[in-house]
Design a protein around this ligand. Structure first.
Ligand SMILES: NC(=O)C1=CN([C@@H]2O[C@H](COP(=O)(O)OP(=O)(O)OC[C@H]3O[C@@H](n4cnc5c(N)ncnc54)[C@H](OP(=O)(O)O)[C@@H]3O)[C@@H](O)[C@H]2O)C=CC1
Ligand SMILES: N[C@@H](CC=O)C(=O)O
Length: 415
């Protein structure tokens, strides 16, 4: 039996899930791989906190990250604490100390992934981050292994469990936005700062990581236009339903020639779109590629054990490399020169909700507004579907409506 010493940074929602799965899978791992994992040290912020872990083994907690990353007996470091600068420094140090690293930290990988990949390559250690996108769905392995020889032309997905949970609860249970978000937080789905979930920041990080693997291109997050779900109202959700649509928090990247068209924000989807039925904390990624056409990958996008399962699959991948002396691989592709543009620059159809009338609301009809295709009135709100509009036509419609309506919400419609 080979013993591999592992150090962990963090023992919250994901970290405790990793310990549970390690404990549960101990015998199976020993039997199939002949390996026993020794969790040597766990660095946390509050080492004396009572954790209620359902684990028989003695665990050694420390308040010092250095005690983990500088321990010469530790071969693999699992980073599940979050943060950007601290995690970056810790992982750099762990790698230069010759340790392979597994992380669930999407912010870090989206912003510093290429640098860490290069460092891991230079130091001949592994760097894996399956848990950083779509929680329990093994989407990075699919992109990096199963589709490695295919040409990916587009990605469309729901990759933030918290946002999807909130919009689903507002639609199905008629819960308020605030209640649903609190529930997502108590279930361990939300980020330490939930603004990252609801403002689309977390989804943008994940789109950037997906894009690194699918297109070899790191999205410029400073220039990326993104929207969150904070502006989505119950009125919008109910109005969409009247027209057979559902509002979903989406990410999109479509490659056309040398341009990547991106979107991060709420969209409206018809019932036949597979994303319409992805509810609660579920995530889904639809990948369009030349050989396969469109394939879909769905599952729990956040939460303790689903995310820990992705960490475990990375842990076993690194372990196999250690056993076979093949250490020194990562999820990565070389970056090339692709331009970026907003998907909103392409012609799209939109779902709109109109409220708070200051003019003659009876005028809202396809007869009076040439760009509107369908209009339904419910009490004092109007719900509309537009024709296919260029960006200029959309702006024209917005200005025309500005005369009589003080609140207009636009959602791109995905077929
Ligand atoms: N929750 C989820 O569903 C998912 C989370 N992720 C990512 O996984 C990572 C962890 O998330 P999650 O488990 O939810 O977070 P939690 O807030 O539940 O846990 C964070 C853990 O890290 C420890 N920690 C925080 N800061 C420090 C520090 N400066 N030094 C040492 N330890 C520290 C905390 O210590 P203490 O316990 O003492 O406070 C805690 O144990 C994040 O990067 C997150 O984005 C990825 C996919 C899904
Ligand atoms: N906060 C994230 C956690 C997983 O990445 C989410 O809600 O998706």
């Amino acid at each position: 039996m080979t013993t591999i010493s592992v150090g962990m940074l963090g023992c919250g929602t994901v970290g405790s899930g990793v310990l549970t799965l390690l404990n549960r899978g101990d015998n199976q791992i020993s039997e199939s791989l002949g390996v026993h994992f020794n969790i040597k040290k766990i660095a946390v912020k509050h080492p004396d906190k009572k954790r209620g872990l359902n684990i028989t083994k003695d665990l050694s907690f420390t308040g010092e990250i250095e005690n983990v990353i500088n321990d010469p007996s530790i071969q693999i470091v699992i980073e599940v604490m979050g943060t950007l600068d601290q995690a970056y420094k810790a992982i750099q140090q762990a790698i230069t100390n010759g340790k392979s690293v597994i992380t669930a930290n999407k912010e870090l990988i989206a912003l510093k992934g290429p640098q860490l990949t290069k460092l891991a390559h230079d130091y001949h250690v592994d760097l894996y981050y399956e848990a950083s996108v779509a929680g329990g769905i093994p989407i990075l392995r699919v992109l990096n292994e199963s589709l490695i020889t295919d040409q990916i032309t587009g990605l469309t997905g729901i990759v933030n469990g918290t946002s999807n949970f909130v919009l689903s609860a507002m639609k199905t249970d008629h819960s308020s936005y605030e209640e649903s978000l609190k529930q997502a937080q108590s279930l361990g789905y939300a980020e330490a700062n939930p603004i990252k979930d609801i403002e689309g920041i977390d989804a943008a990080y994940k789109l950037s990581i997906l894009s690194q693997l699918a297109f070899g291109h790191s999205i410029n997050l400073k220039q990326l236009k993104r929207k969150g779900i904070e502006g989505v109202t119950s009125n919008d959700i109910n109005g969409a339903e009247v027209l057979g649509l559902t509002i979903k928090p989406a990410v999109i990247a479509r490659q056309k020639d040398h341009e990547l068209f991106t979107l991060v924000g709420p969209v409206a989807v018809y019932k036949q779109n597979p994303l319409a039925n992805v509810n609660g904390v579920e995530n889904s990624v639809l990948v369009t590629s030349t050989a396969l056409g469109t394939t879909s990958y769905s599952g729990p996008g956040a939460g303790s054990e689903p995310t820990a399962n992705s960490v475990m699959s990375d842990l076993l991948a690194v372990t196999k490399h250690i056993l076979l002396e093949q250490i020194g691989t990562s999820f990565n592709k070389t970056t090339d020169d692709i331009g970026e543009s907003s998907l909103m620059n392409l012609p799209l159809t939109y779902f709109l909700t109109l409220n708070s009338f200051t003019g003659d609301e009876a005028k809202i009809s396809p007869e009076n507004y040439e760009f509107l295709k369908q209009v339904v009135k419910v009490n004092h709100a109007y719900f509309c579907v537009t024709k296919l509009l260029t960006k200029e036509q959309k702006n024209e419609l917005t200005s025309a409506l500005a005369n009589g309506v003080t609140e207009v919400h636009f959602y791109p419609i995905l077929k």
